[in-house]
Design a protein around this ligand. Structure first.
Ligand code: FAD
Length: 447
């Protein structure tokens, strides 16, 4: 793998540029072309990081927060690369506006992780909606099932939070620590990693150039002309990951011939339950988001989605209420357990609440946001780590949103990776090699 990456990017090695630093810090200075070699080397030292996180989305920032919290990782130097302008501002949530249609249902495990890294307190300052009940059924009328947090002796099944609230909470948490991070407002364009000179001991006194030449640092080049070096590159740059592509990770996956229409809607009454109904073309979910608002995630074929996106609000609301009520098929008359013959094999595993009465979701009375459509796909990287590169979040695995697991898996990656890095530091491993299978045969399979 090292050789492949080196061969692929070896041609970049001679293109070392004089860097112009414009990260979010007060010390950005252009480097004079007359600087002597010693000055250049010193400036290069400023471009050396322990970790470069490519992608400051929810998962990338969660990793940064987690590293900022652990005793053995909080002193690391970290570069975060993302052109998202929101990362320039500490508070980018406008109060009193309707909920953004991009939301995530986060699990109790994610809530615990956010509490551990000190970010949940910021989420709680913004709109979020815990829910303790869920009803799932389909259009055939054959049955339904219900879940209640009390079945698992929990208070909640999860919480629905706008993505911008999750992102802003992670950013606020990060900014309230004295973690040595620098945000580069740009995009990764290329990456060079040379083979490790295995004969060379890890030597912290090696210059940046020498470390790079000996395969101890990866070199990253950004769209704005900046470049930087890092012992470990983390690809948290989403489903179309540039890091994944540059490092040559293969993927397995396919595009579903489905789009998800998402929007915020308003009811006449408050909604505290998560609802999901399986329709002929895919599931529709109605998720509480606080006050009288809910979020819709409606899966359908691409042709239908362009029609539903552009139809009048009245027609859309009619179609929506139809899909959430008796459209396409009747209400179920009994729960799964009622159909004893068909589902008898399930009896041992269903929850106590499965037999509670079937309910019709609260009627939608108003569209409260624009309608957005997202094409859906499955993509799984065949490997998550190679020499000096590791993938997390959607860069490693993009999944269908029907189970609301995508970003929860990503937060699990962030938590596991920061723990692996911390363990590596404890035993003196080069940070760039902590994810190598030989060093951590068990952890690498935990993502
Ligand atoms: C309709 C829908 C509903 C969903 N609902 C849920 C849900 O309820 N629960 C759940 O768990 N998941 C849900 N998901 C999945 C969830 O949205 C994703 O798993 C999550 O956004 C992945 O986060 P990420 O940080 O890995 O990637 P992203 O959110 O894609 O962030 C990647 C970041 O990388 C940056 N970037 C990209 N390329 C570069 C580059 N070359 N250089 C630098 N930066 C770069 C981008 O600017 C971005 O900020 C849903 C998905 C969809 C489509």
């Amino acid at each position: 793998m090292n050789r492949t990456v080196a061969r692929k990017f070896g041609s970049n090695v001679n293109r070392l540029r004089i860097p112009w630093r414009q990260p979010f810090s007060n010390d950005a200075v252009p480097i004079s072309s007359t600087s002597n070699a010693a000055n250049l080397e010193k400036e290069s030292e400023d471009l050396r990081y322990d970790i470069a996180i490519v992608g400051g989305g929810m998962v990338g920032l969660a990793l940064a927060c987690s590293l900022a919290t652990r005793p053995l990782t909080k002193h690391l130097t970290v570069a975060i690369i993302d052109s998202n302008l929101a990362l320039r501002r500490k508070h980018f949530i406008e109060k009193e506006v309707h909920p953004d249609p991009r939301v995530s249902t986060v699990t109790p495990a994610t809530i615990s992780f956010f509490k551990d890294i000190g970010a949940w307190q910021y989420v709680e300052q913004h709109r979020h909606a815990y829910f303790d009940k869920m009803q799932v059924w389909d259009y055939t009328g054959l049955g339904y099932t219900k879940y209640n947090a009390r079945d698992a002796n929990k208070e909640v099944l999860g919480c629905v939070v706008e993505n911008k609230v999750l992102l802003s909470s992670l950013l606020s948490r990060l900014q309230d620590t004295d973690f040595q991070k620098k945000i580069y407002p740009s995009r990764l364009t290329s990456m060079s990693i040379l083979p490790n000179s295995s004969s060379l001991e890890v030597d912290s006194t090696l210059s940046v150039t020498a470390s790079f030449t000996h395969g101890r640092l990866a070199k990253l080049e950004l769209e704005d002309g900046n470049s930087l070096y890092a012992k470990l590159v983390v690809g948290a740059d989403g489903g179309k990951s540039r890091v994944r592509e540059l490092a040559g990770f293969r993927t397995t996956g396919w595009n579903y011939s489905q789009n998800a229409i998402i929007c915020t809607v308003e009811h006449a009454v408050e909604n505290h339950c998560a609802w999901q109904r399986f329709l002929p073309a895919g599931p529709i979910a109605l998720l509480p988001i606080g006050d009288k608002f809910s979020n819709i995630v409606w899966t359908m074929n691409p042709k239908e989605s362009s029609e539903f996106k552009s139809m009048s609000e009245d027609d859309f609301l009619k179609a929506l209420n139809y899909a959430l009520d008796h459209g396409y098929g009747p209400h179920p008359t009994s729960s799964l357990l009622g159909n004893a013959d068909i589902f008898s094999w399930l009896k041992g595993v269903v929850s106590r609440s499965a037999n509670d009465c079937f309910e019709i979701p609260p009627k939608v009375v108003k569209l409260a946001s624009e309608r957005m459509a997202f094409p859906l796909s499955l993509r799984h990287a065949n490997d998550y780590a190679s020499n000096r590169v590791v993938l997390i979040g959607d860069a490693a695995h993009t999944v269908h949103p029907l189970a609301g697991q995508g970003v929860n898996l990503g937060f699990g990656d962030a938590s596991t990776l920061s723990s692996v890095i911390s363990e590596g530091i404890a035993v003196g491993t080069d940070i760039g090699e902590v994810c190598n299978r030989t060093n951590h045969p068990h952890n690498i399979y935990c993502y």
